[in-house]
Unconditional design. Structure first.
Length: 220
């Protein structure tokens, strides 16, 4: 298979104006990936699937990633006159990077027996701009995996043919794979309540019972 740089270059030539970025990987595998411009993602996916040198016809795995807000500190050195003497002063500034969500696709060619190519789609943020285009119309095997990501991470896949929860029940309000997800203390839907789950349920029941009892004592 071509190098990631070659694939990126050919995509940019085929889809003029589209933005692609190679994302490094600091792990021992050093398996880099390609971040795709959401507005041209479906076109890029079709190119990767149909190009005769690539034929990436199989999405073997699609998963989600939750990136929280981060704050990085930057030290800047400046020179200032202090009591007539030029001194080097260090100033620390903080830079906040808003969090976002990602959908990551591992692509292979069953026809040419090569891969993977790792493709990334990124949301604008973790709240009201959490959409990316669905690639299910290009790789049908992504359908249930995109549904799972929608269910557990909250990424909305625009253009998905049947986007609804897959593991959690319809009335569930949260996304359990988010890094800031907090376990509830009321497990009325827990099918096999045990140990810590039972203890949390007891504390929840006691907390609900206390205000009720206080109200009855006031009436007395």
């Amino acid at each position: 298979m071509e190098t990631l740089e070659q694939i990126k270059s050919r995509l940019e030539s085929a889809l003029l104006g589209a933005r692609f970025e190679i994302i490094p990987n600091g792990s021992p595998s050093a398996q880099r990936s390609l971040l795709v411009d959401n507005s041209r993602a479906v076109e890029a996916a079709k190119f990767l699937r149909d190009d005769p040198l690539l034929r990436l016809d199989y999405a073997s795995n699609v998963t989600g990633i939750d990136w929280l807000d981060t704050v990085t500190k930057e030290v800047v050195k400046t020179k200032q006159l202090i009591d007539g003497v030029e001194r080097e002063i260090e100033q620390t500034s903080e830079k906040k990077r808003p969090g976002y969500l990602e959908a990551v696709y591992h692509l292979y060619s069953m026809e040419l027996k090569h891969g993977p190519l790792i493709l990334r789609l990124r949301t604008q943020n973790r709240s009201n701009e959490n959409q990316v285009p669905s690639l299910t119309p290009v790789w049908r095997g992504a359908e249930f995996q995109e549904r799972e990501i929608y269910d557990l991470y909250g990424i909305v896949f625009d253009g998905h043919p049947d986007l609804r929860r897959l593991l959690m029940w319809d009335e569930f309000k949260d996304h359990p794979m988010r890094k800031d997800y907090a376990d509830p203390d009321d497990y009325e839907y827990e099918p096999t309540a045990h140990d810590e789950v039972l203890e949390k349920a007891k504390r929840h029941a006691s907390a609900e019972k206390a205000p009720h009892e206080a109200g009855l004592s006031d009436l007395a």
